[in-house]
Design a protein around this ligand. Structure first.
Ligand SMILES: Cc1cc2nc3c(=O)[nH]c(=O)nc-3n(C[C@H](O)[C@H](O)[C@H](O)COP(=O)(O)OP(=O)(O)OC[C@H]3O[C@@H](n4cnc5c(N)ncnc54)[C@H](O)[C@@H]3O)c2cc1C
Length: 416
């Protein structure tokens, strides 16, 4: 039981985290592990959604080592990707090799994100100061004298007020928290959207490339054992036009990029089986105000390019817990501390977003009239100079400025 005092309409806690995605669940877990009273609100009734990233990166796996959770985690069904290959105009080339990373796990673990989030939730629930409220949607902030002091939320049965010393917005790229707080946003514009769908997989198919490029088309195929999770890039705002071309034209495009899909493409027989995911890249100019902090996609929406948004969200959570776990045990935290979190995480976010913006303009721009894709000389270099594959591996696998766990029992003892 959390120490939060409760009646049916109102609860009080130290930290209210809005959004049970990777950032929110990891932050909730770390704060509770350090003894901070924390309530995480998640608007859905479970984590079972298909459109989230499925990648658990070496740096996140390293955090699980530091937390003593890796062995348990690796018991869950997952696939291990030791290197990333792309197929560009029919040529398959390895572009990232994780073998040289200074981490225990030299691979990306592919796991449905709901399994990862359930895993973190189960671990967090072992701490008495953790509370996860599913089907609880934040609808507004409570502000008193210029300071955020809580959240108003709705549940299937009632409205709930959560009073908190700190509210953390981890509610993703359509964050209501950052809107209600009127935190200014810088939008970088993205020329693509993604069609997201499942394609059944021939069990005899061996390891394939992750990315496929050809004649301005780009597709990602994530191997989920018995099916591929497919992300097919389209020019932004062109979904209607793509639909008008017809399903068979889309099927033909997919087969052109990945012929091994074969007759399984015919299972994709309805637009109902295809979701449109709008992609954006943006960043708050200021991630905080008195009583409030935003992290993860709520502070900096990431595109799927490079598959690094989940990792970055988790790194934000670790940096936040490192700064706040001790002071939050005593009460409200200063905006100086919140500013310190933004300063620490801004540089890694800037580097990765700049890389994504470059990739969208030059490599995977489905709406460009100029030729995009990997230039042949780059493919040649990656093929013949294996050392080059270490840089993308480092950027994708660890990201700039990887965080480490500095919270936990030890810190609680020190703070007593
Ligand atoms: C198509 C696509 C594919 C991607 N693929 C990858 C990938 O393979 N690997 C990768 O690393 N990244 C990927 N990304 C990026 C990645 O999904 C995000 O960067 C990452 O999920 C951000 O984590 P987060 O915890 O900040 O937010 P989110 O994962 O968006 O989580 C936010 C949570 O808040 C909840 N929520 C929202 N509003 C409220 C509310 N008002 N009240 C309560 N709860 C609320 C949501 O239900 C959700 O659970 C992809 C992005 C897109 C668009």
């Amino acid at each position: 039981m959390t120490q939060a005092t409760e009646n049916p309409q109102s609860i009080q806690t130290r930290c209210c985290i809005v959004g049970g995605g990777p950032a929110g669940m990891m932050l909730g877990f770390l704060l509770a592990r350090s003894g901070v009273d924390v309530v995480v609100l998640e608007k859905h009734k479970d984590f079972l959604r298909d459109f989230r990233g499925d990648t658990i990166h070496p740096s996140t796996l390293e955090l699980l080592v530091e937390l003593g959770l890796l062995d348990d985690f690796l018991q869950l069904p997952h696939q291990e990707l030791n290197s990333v290959k792309i197929t560009s105009d029919g040529q398959t080339v390895p572009i990232a090799d994780f073998a040289h990373l200074p981490t225990h796990c030299k691979f990306i673990a592919f796991m449905p994100q709901w399994d990862f989030l359930n895993f973190i939730a189960d671990k967090a629930k072992q701490y008495p100061s953790f509370q996860l409220r599913m089907e609880t949607e934040a609808i507004d902030l409570i502000e008193e004298n210029g300071t955020i002091t809580g959240v108003k939320a709705s549940t299937p049965t009632n409205e709930l007020v959560i009073k908190a010393d700190l509210v953390v917005g981890t509610d993703g790229r359509r964050s209501i928290i950052r809107d209600k707080a009127k935190l200014p946003v810088q939008d970088f514009g993205v020329p693509i959207d993604v069609l997201w769908m499942r394609i059944l997989k021939d069990p005899a198919i061996g390891e394939q490339s992750l990315g496929y490029l050809k004649a301005g088309k780009f597709m990602v195929l994530i191997d989920r054992r018995d099916y591929f999770q497919c992300g097919f890039l389209i020019p932004k705002g062109q979904y209607k036009t793509i639909k008008q071309r017809g399903l068979s034209a889309l099927q033909a495009d997919i087969l052109d990029l990945a012929p091994f899909v074969g007759d399984y493409i015919n299972e994709l027989d309805s637009w109902d089986k295809i979701s449109l995911l709008t992609v954006k890249i943006d960043r708050l100019r200021q991630w905080y105000k008195p009583g409030l902090l935003c992290i993860g996609d709520a502070a900096h929406a990431m595109s799927p390019a490079g598959g690094v948004g989940v990792n970055l969200a988790i790194q934000d959570a670790v940096a936040t817990a490192n700064q706040l776990a001790v002071p939050l045990q005593k009460g409200p935290v200063s905006t100086d501390l919140l500013a310190r979190i933004q300063r620490r995480r801004l540089w890694p976010v800037r580097v990765i977003q700049a890389g994504q913006i470059f990739a969208h303009r030059r490599l995977i721009n489905a709406s460009s009239t100029r030729p995009t894709g990997f230039p042949p000389y780059l493919l040649w270099l990656f093929r013949h100079l294996p050392v080059l594959r270490r840089l993308p591996a480092r950027l994708v696998g660890m990201g700039p400025r990887p965080e480490h766990i500095r919270t936990g029992e030890k810190q609680m003892e020190m703070s007593r």
